[in-house]
Structures are given as structure tokens and as C-alpha cells.
Ligand binder design. Structure first.
Ligand code: IPM
Ligand code: MN
Length: 370
């Protein structure tokens, strides 16, 4: 049986196209080695879509996304749109595609890669062994809550952090299910000492926890959590958060490896799953060929695992990244505090990972043939 997969690529803005090309290179390698049929289609999103069509999410992109098996996104955002209201900016295209695809659980693993601890501004003994999985609610809270407005006459502006019980239940279940397969601990983050919406969040998560007696639940206030992630990153397993808290804390967790460029994400639970690295469009380094493609490559691994059931190939991609890092290869963002690092361009890092991947899959196939 040939594994067939239709993947929509929306590379977007800034470094999006550069890093996405390397993720596609790796996916093509997997397809070739495994004899799978992966079809890639490309569409526009974000600032490049505004430039071409006057809208950050053209209909053609939306239709192609809904017709695909998985969507792989690069990044959106460009400084030249900074004066526009939120609804017209490149970021609106991302929020619209998230809403249309319907995935509500955004999985953001943050892992202390062995050998990268010298790149973290934290002490090695603090970060080594850290392995956090953020489960960020992606379709509610301040990002989507109504009312929202900037009332110029009143010189006032407001957004609404709104959650329904059902929205909390569904994302909490994802967190507990995943924790059950990991170290069996969920840390739920809120601001229940101040916000009603957080009180609903906490009460609901506590209720859902009763269905998962094998998983421990702790609650943390978001301000305290921001400190705990820096102080004791190893003490967390699955971290369950609402939308904005998860946005902020998952960037903070980039400090564990010292670079946002290492972080992948998968958004599941909707009609079509959406895969995007956590880093943004990074306009300051776009086009220079120095961006780290590993976040995008690890995102491709998550795609294979969650949307195609190709766990072995996903494992092989992660093993290939580890191998290349073990050999001392780095992109510029990973070379801090490591004088022996061999700094590679975006494309050279991508080809190193693809080469290591081919070797790993070759060896696996040879073992099966025996
Ligand atoms: C992220 C990004 C997006 C978000 C922006 C670009 C809309 O920061 O994926 O973390 O806030 O969700
Ligand atoms: Mn973010």
C-alpha cells in the first residue's frame, strides 16, 4: 500500500520560504526512501498574499487548505504592514486559516537537545533533560473573543478573553491524553486570582482531570509560571494554557535551547491539521540564508507522525537532526558559546539533515530486509 499525502505548503513571509524549502526537502527524502506518494501544492498567505491579491488569506489558499491532508506553514508578518489594523495584517491570514481549519490544540514541544545546552543563557544543569510539551488552546481567548475594538473617539480600546466550558474541556482532554503517554503530569496555567475566565478554566480542567486518575494535575498562575520555566524547566511535562498565555510562554521556553529556531508545532483537532514552526518571519535575517531550518524540519516530523501515522519516519527525522547536531554542525543562532561549532547556512543544514536521514532510513530498511 502506497502512503499518499497531499500537503499544502504556505511558506508565507520573511524566512518562511527559506526554512520551509528545507522541510520539503526532508519530506521528499522520506517519500523517496519509503516509496510514498507525497504531493506538494503551494499557495500564498500573509504579506505576500496581500501584495499579490490584497488579502492575507486568498480564497484559493483556503480552498486548497481544506482539500489537503495537512498544511505546512512557514511564517507570516512583515514590518511594512505595521500601520494596518489587526484584521488587515499578514497575521490575520494565519488566524483566519487556523479558524477555518478548526484545530484547537496547538502542540509545542520544547526539548533540551543534548549538546545544545551551551547555547542556552541558562546554566546547563538547569536545562539539561528539560522536555516540555505545551498544549496551547488556539481558537479562543483574546485572539478571537468579541467584542474587540479601538474606539478612536473615546481613545479607548478593548479585547475580550472569552472561553466556554466546552472549549476548555476539549483542549484539556488533549493535554491529559498526551500526558498519559509521557510523564503523567499536567500543569494548567491561568490567572484565576484575577480573571473570571481563568476561574472557569481552572474549574473545568479540574473536572476533566477526574477522568484521568493516572495523570497528576497542578495549577500555576501565569506570572509564577513565567519564572518557574526559567528556574526549573525540568519539573514540567505537559503545560496546558489558554491562547495568549501559551503564545508568550512557548516563546519563553525557546530559552531552553537558546533559540526559537528549534521549536516545531502541530495544531490538531480540526478538519485539517496545521503545522508551523513557532518562530516568526524574522525580517531582520530574511533572504540572508542564515535562518535555522530545524524548527521547520521538526515540524515536518510532527506532520508525518500526526497526519500520516508515519511514526518511524518522524523518529528518523528527529534522529537525523540529533546526529547533525552531535557532529557539531550549527546554524548561527545555535553557535553561541560554542567555539568549535561549524556554522552552516540554511540550505547546508537542510542537506546535512537530509543526508543523515537517508543513512538512518537505509540502515532501518537493511535491518528489515534481513
Ligand atoms: C505564533 C505567532 C502568531 C500567534 C502570530 C504570528 C499571529 O506569534 O504562532 O506564536 O500569536 O499565534
Ligand atoms: Mn508567538
Amino acid at each position: 500500500m502506497t502512503k499518499k499525502l497531499n500537503i499544502l505548503i504556505v511558506a508565507g513571509d520573511g524566512i518562511g520560504p527559506e526554512v520551509t524549502s528545507e522541510a520539503v526537502r526532508v519530506l521528499k527524502s522520506v517519500a523517496e526512501m519509503g516509496g510514498y506518494d507525497f504531493q506538494f501544492r503551494h499557495e500564498l498567505i500573509g504579506g505576500v498574499a496581500i501584495d499579490a491579491h490584497g488579502t492575507p488569506l486568498p480564497q484559493a489558499t483556503l480552498h486548497a487548505a481544506l482539500a489537503s491532508d495537512a498544511v505546512l506553514l512557514g511564517a507570516v508578518g512583515h514590518n511594512k504592514f505595521n500601520a494596518l489594523p489587526p484584521g488587515e495584517r499578514p497575521e490575520a491570514g494565519l488566524l483566519q486559516i487556523r479558524a477555518a481549519l478548526g484545530g484547537f490544540a496547538n502542540l509545542r514541544p520544547s526539548f533540551a537537545w543534548p549538546g545544545l545546552s551551551s547555547n542556552s543563557p541558562l546554566r546547563p544543569e538547569v536545562v539539561e533533560g528539560a522536555d516540555i510539551l505545551f498544549v496551547r488552546e488556539l481558537l479562543g481567548g483574546l485572539y478571537f473573543g468579541q467584542p474587540r475594538q479601538w474606539d478612536k473617539q473615546a481613545n479607548a480600546a478593548w479585547n475580550t478573553m472569552r472561553y466556554t466550558r466546552d472549549e476548555v474541556v476539549r483542549v484539556a482532554k488533549v493535554a491529559f491524553e498526551l500526558a498519559g503517554k509521557r510523564r503523567k503530569k499536567v500543569t494548567s496555567v491561568d490567572k484565576a486570582n484575577v480573571l473570571e475566565v481563568s476561574q472557569l478554566w481552572r474549574a473545568t480542567v479540574t473536572e476533566v482531570a477526574q477522568q484521568y486518575p493516572g495523570v497528576a494535575l497542578e495549577h500555576q498562575y501565569v506570572d509564577a509560571m513565567a519564572m518557574h520555566i526559567m528556574n526549573t524547566p525540568r519539573s514540567f511535562d505537559v503545560v496546558l494554557t489558554e491562547n495568549l498565555f501559551g503564545d508568550i510562554l512557548s516563546d519563553e521556553a525557546g530559552v531552553i535551547t537558546g533559540s526559537l529556531g528549534m521549536l516545531p508545532s502541530a495544531t490538531i483537532g480540526g478538519k485539517v491539521d496545521l503545522y508551523e514552526p513557532v518562530h516568526g518571519s524574522a525580517p531582520d535575517i530574511a533572504g540572508k540564508g542564515i535562518a535555522n531550518p530545524i524548527g521547520a524540519i521538526l515540524t515536518a516530523a510532527m506532520l508525518l507522525r500526526h497526519s500520516a501515522g508515519l511514526d518511524q519516519d518522524a523518529d528518523a527525522i528527529e534522529a537525523a537532526v540529533k546526529k547533525v547536531l552531535d557532529q557539531g554542525y550549527r546554524t548561527a543562532d545555535l553557535a553561541r558559546g560554542d567555539k568549535s561549532a561549524q556554522v552552516l547556512s540554511t540550505t547546508d543544514m537542510g542537506s546535512r539533515v537530509a543526508a543523515a536521514l537517508n543513512e538512518i532510513i537505509d540502515r532501518r530498511q537493511a535491518m528489515h530486509a534481513v
